[in-house]
Design a protein around this ligand. Structure first.
Ligand code: SF4
Length: 208
């Protein structure tokens, strides 16, 4: 699906979009952050709300210098690198340049491909269809499991057993069934208080 050669070892990346907004999910909910969304994903979640990102070939390889200059041109202190699945690409060059500009770097990943790059915060959102590599569990600061049906809670516990003791644990309802599944999540979190609930607050705020 991806042709890594055209990305020149990470000097260019298939940029879908970049924008300054408010982080809507997980531990950093509510904080302003600049999002860099990369194209390409081979996980194939049926409920994915970013299917438009899957085919990296429709997104032109964009020089990371251009991406970094746009990021530093706004007031953002934090950068979220997301996708698609950003770990399909070598991220060391981009994260190094962002770090040189004093920015905090957060990663959103399924953990299904090897890690490259340096991050201040890793949000691991594991997917059953293509499970995270073992290394991804060790790197996670935050585990965010999307729950579509009650049986996904077993998957959440399997993943929680693999992360470090300091990792924050979040259950997040899949958006299209959020109203229906929320009471189950609320009761589950009350019975198992190591979990917190994350909601996609940006969708309520009507922001990207
Ligand atoms: S891993 Fe993320 S981008 Fe890829 S299909 Fe699943 S939800 Fe969509």
């Amino acid at each position: 699906m991806t042709n890594t050669d055209i990305f020149e070892g990470g000097a260019k990346l298939p940029l879908v979009e970049d924008f300054y907004t408010i982080q809507g999910e997980g531990f950093h909910t509510g904080k302003p952050a600049y999002f860099i969304r990369l194209g390409g994903c081979d996980v194939g979640c049926a409920w994915c709300d970013a299917k438009y990102t899957w085919n990296s070939r429709i997104y032109p390889p964009t020089a990371i210098d251009v991406i970094v200059e746009r990021a530093v041109a706004c007031e953002a202190q934090s950068i979220v690198i997301t996708g698609g699945e950003p770990l399909l690409y070598p991220l060391e060059p981009l994260t190094r340049k962002l770090k040189e500009r004093g920015l905090e770097i957060f990663l959103e990943t399924s953990g299904s491909h090897p890690f490259t790059g340096e991050f201040d915060w890793v949000c691991l959102s594991p997917k059953r269809k293509l499970a995270p590599l073992e290394d991804a569990y060790k790197r996670a600061h935050e585990l965010k499991v999307i729950i579509q049906e009650e049986s996904d809670l077993e998957w959440a516990e399997e993943c929680a057993a693999k992360v470090g003791t300091e990792c924050y644990l979040f259950l997040q309802p899949e958006w299209s069934v959020a109203e229906k599944i929320m009471p189950t999540l609320v009761e589950y979190a009350k019975r198992n208080p190591k979990w917190s609930i994350s909601i996609q607050s940006h969708k309520y705020m009507r922001i990207p």
